[in-house]
Ligand binder design. Structure first.
Ligand SMILES: O=C(O)C(=O)C[C@]1(C(=O)O)C=C[C@@H](O)C=C1
Length: 365
């Protein structure tokens, strides 16, 4: 077998080659950036990024039998494109997320835009929408549903108030941990976290901390900030939050469901072109009439469109009046989707398309 020294010398050579190729790639990306500026097109191209990611994942399978896991390949190329984009556009794109630092939304934003984007931390989901609406940022990231706890109503309601579009989605696994300045469970009287996170750990809390008072906070990271100042409390948050806030991890993976994922939406102001693996989100309202919802949904059935989700929310205009949020497979540029939406318009009181966007690259995080 070759010596470690010789093997490391080989790695050094490969690293030089990788570095040379990265610089060459960045040089070409900068030229593309100039060309796009001249043509007046957006520097950030989510459609192209998706194409790049899908291509390298496919090549990695075909040529190298996935020696490197697909997710790792996706991470590496995500970072490469994030860096190239920040060179094309001085300072990169601006992305608002529901903070403070190390929330799961922060993690989702990093996963989608990479480390070279500029992140703006805001305190509420509404603020994310406001930042996008007032052009202070290019994009925003908000949570929309969790596999254990269901939908984040607050986010859906924001689409009734703002005209922001959905331009992408990202799903990440949610692993929850009990964090504290203490070293063990003894003496923990209060547990702080976001309502969803507390609910996702119900069984564990009942078994291990049955007498603790559960206190809701705006986010899991906010809970960490509070717990830092208290010596009889713990927070439920991510592992990243433990490092960010220098808290001890007293218990790991305390969520009740082992398949715990959260879906986040990327919101912005532009429309994303068809990629062939898209989703469309919309909202609609129907009259209080027998069969009204049935007739509305028939539009999707007739045109062979798969409905991946439907939720009802109070319209907030009148008591017992509802709007429906739906996700369907396909893009508004697809003929069957176009036809289904036109039929839906004829059969409902109101239809608002919230956006067509590429489906999450990894639907189970
Ligand atoms: O192909 C482009 O349009 C580029 O600007 C290059 C590139 C990349 O690094 O591959 C960078 C940013 C865009 O969002 C998409 C792709």
């Amino acid at each position: 077998m070759e010596s470690i020294k010789d093997l490391r010398a080989q790695i050094d050579k490969i690293d030089e080659e990788i570095l040379r190729l990265l610089n060459e790639r960045a040089r070409i990306a900068k030229i593309i950036g100039e060309a796009k500026r001249k043509e007046g097109v957006h520097l950030h191209s989510p459609e192209r990024e998706r194409e790049v990611l899908e291509r390298v994942i496919r090549l990695n399978k075909e040529l190298y039998s996935e020696q490197i896991p697909s997710k790792a390949v996706a991470h590496i190329f995500r970072e490469i494109m994030s860096m190239c984009l920040s060179l094309e556009r001085n300072g990169g794109i601006r992305v608002a997320y529901l903070g403070p630092k190390a929330t799961f939304t922060h993690q989702a934003a990093l996963e989608y835009f990479g480390l070279s984007a500029n992140y703006v931390m805001v305190n509420t989901i509404r603020d994310v929408f406001v930042e996008v609406e007032t052009d202070r940022v290019d994009y925003g990231v908000v949570p929309v549903e969790n596999t254990t706890e269901g939908v984040v109503n607050y986010t859906l309601d924001m689409f009734l108030e703002y005209n922001t579009k959905i331009v992408g989605e990202v799903v990440i696994p949610i692993k929850l941990n009990l964090l504290s300045t203490r070293l063990d469970l003894e003496g923990i009287r209060k547990v702080y976290s976001h309502g969803h996170a507390l609910a996702q750990c119900r069984n564990w809390l009942e078994k291990n901390l049955p007498h603790a008072t559960l206190i809701e906070t705006e986010s899991t990271a906010k809970a960490c900030e509070i717990v830092l100042e208290q010596d009889d409390a713990a927070a439920i948050a991510s592992e990243a939050a433990a490092y960010t806030y220098h808290l001890n991890i007293l218990a790991q993976n305390i969520q009740d469901g082992s398949n715990n994922y959260t879906r986040f939406l990327v919101i912005g102001k532009r429309e994303v072109k068809r990629t062939g693996k898209d989703k469309t989100s919309l909202l609609f309202a129907v009259k209080h009439q027998a069969g009204a919802l049935y007739r509305a949904l028939e539009s999707f059935y007739v045109h062979g469109i798969n409905l991946t989700k439907i939720e009802s929310r109070p319209s907030k205009k009148k008591a017992w009046d509802y709007v429906f949020f739906a996700d369907i497979e396909g893009h508004v540029e697809d003929e069957p989707v176009r036809k289904a939406l036109s039929m839906l318009e004829d059969r409902t009181q109101m239809v608002k398309v919230l956006g067509s966007y590429p489906r999450a690259l990894f639907e189970e995080g």
